[in-house]
Design a protein around this ligand. Structure first.
Ligand code: SF4
Ligand code: SF4
Length: 240
């Protein structure tokens, strides 16, 4: 595995940090690394009734209460699982409202949750694989978010190409909205530059857009150079 998660104290609580040992580490490596604490009863899970337990059987099940944003790999796998084209799947299951940043399931709780169990486990979304309520360091949170944004932005872009997306998801409108926020002062010049750089990555260098899956997308490809440097900076790492 190209990365590992290590214990780290966060505001007096036991949390997790990430250590990258291989620059070629993939999204599948991050998924596998996060599965270990999810299955470990010694890892703090603040939303779990017992606080220290495994995710399986959790009655505060995060599938019930959260919006489930969907990525391109999962959308294709779910469509195939249901015997639908991607367009039909999107029309039946996804909400593509103009005020949402990315497509998410129309239904809440998740339509695939039955008696507290996931009925599409092997095709579940990237957010389902990367979510864990355990506290995390900023670099692990940011890495997780960058991977999620890449997968979700790829589905958003594919829906634009299929004519199923609102106009606010088109590149020109995304950039225009960002420019407007800078003009009225709700974002700084520095944030404006950073967000344009991120849009370049999500819209034009996004590894999920060229049909790759969790096993072949490298974590590095989902990050801006500055974020990847931050994720790799182990200076502040201090084991418990
Ligand atoms: S991550 Fe979700 S399933 Fe796991 S303990 Fe937290 S709330 Fe429960
Ligand atoms: S797809 Fe499965 S794991 Fe994901 S939210 Fe739905 S029921 Fe939960």
């Amino acid at each position: 595995m190209g990365i590992r998660l290590v214990s780290y104290e966060i505001e007096g609580e036991a949390g997790l940090d990430v250590v990258v040992s291989d620059q070629g580490a993939t999204v599948a490596d991050l998924i596998a690394a996060l599965q270990l604490p999810a299955d470990d009863p010694a890892i703090l899970k603040p939303y779990h009734k017992q606080r220290y337990s495994v995710c399986r059987g959790c009655v505060n099940n995060c599938c019930k209460y959260n919006s489930i944003v969907v990525d391109l790999v999962a959308a294709k796998r779910l469509a195939e699982h249901l015997g639908l084209s991607l367009s039909r799947f999107a029309q039946a299951y996804l909400s593509c409202e103009s005020d949402l940043p990315f497509p998410e399931f129309k239904q809440r709780p998740c339509p695939f949750l039955v008696q507290n169990c996931c009925t599409v486990y092997t095709a579940r979304a990237l957010i389902c694989r990367l979510y864990l309520c355990t506290p995390m360091t900023e670099r692990l949170e940011k890495l997780r978010c960058a991977v999620l944004f890449a997968g979700e932005a790829a589905l958003r872009q594919r829906l634009v190409e299929l004519g199923l997306a609102p106009s606010s998801w088109h590149e020109k409108r995304l950039r225009g909205a960002l420019d407007q926020r800078c003009r009225v002062g709700t974002v700084t010049q520095e944030t404006w530059e950073h967000e344009h750089e991120q849009l370049d990555l999500l819209l034009h260098r996004n590894p999920f857009l060229i049909g790759r899956d969790y096993e072949t997308v490298r974590l590095k490809e989902c990050c801006t150079p500055a974020l990847w440097q931050f994720v790799n900076n182990s200076e502040k790492y201090r084991p418990l």
